[in-house]
Design a protein around this ligand. Sequence first.
Ligand code: ZN
Length: 310
Amino acid sequence: MIFCGMALAPGRKVRVPLPVPGAQPLETLCLCGAAPGRTLVVTAGVHGCEYVGVQALRRLAVELDPAELSGNVILLPLANPTGFYAGAKQVVPEDGVNLNRAFPGDPAGTLSARLAYALETALYQAADFLADLHSGDCNEALYPLVFFPTAGTEAVNRAALTAARALTVHYRVRSTAQNGLYSWAVQKNIPALLIERGGLGLWSETEVNACCEDVRALLRHLDILPGGNPFRDQVEIAEARYVESAADGLWHPAAGLNDSVKAGALLGRLEDLSGRCIQEVRAEFDGVVLYYTAGLGVAAGDPLIAYGHP
Ligand SMILES: [Zn+2]
């Protein structure tokens, strides 16, 4: 395998710096399988307060053995290191841009654009499949789910959907995103998924274990690890609503994670400081709550709650 200009011998585990124009390189760990096969790229830390995937990739870096792999694995645990170390919500602190809205990148742009350029240049070339690990943000509670793409060709979308079915998360959600690390990959003909687990700026052993199992499930799905996957009892969310705040205010969610809600049910209220109701959110259809903002203060345009139905 050749990655970032380095030739890697079969059976080796090597740290390879991924160059970023005008910034520190990103750290990757490449596992070059003893036998040939496909290459899975797994990224985390695009958003600075989403920790489960970062910990999972650090653990897999230790646990995965190249001698057992038929194919290659490239792990990138911190795609936005300054955001991670600063605990920055959503953005790259240097320019205030959400890296998952910065694709395609630009080598002459601000840091987000340069990171996007670096990631797509190095990773897309190497990947037969890409998975990007996220969580709910530091103020966001989330039920584990996978977003599968619709932005690619029929074959690429189908390859991603088939892989999504192998994961342990209960919900898979149809996504129309286009300018993120995974969604731009799909438009470059690389099947890709965005997996969400954990939230509220927390991580636990249970969540990290589950996240590691999802990556291992992908490795088995791609025949990089042997053994295949069992049938998963997974639900596809065909239609989802992502409700945003109409104004700056104080948000009071009225439904919990994975709650079944009926059409018309109250999902939450946004108040001003004096207690006047600014926005009342009610379910447009029967569905389940996928994630919601748990923090009290929200700005206009911030996410409040997401729900969907099969
Ligand atoms: Zn995220």
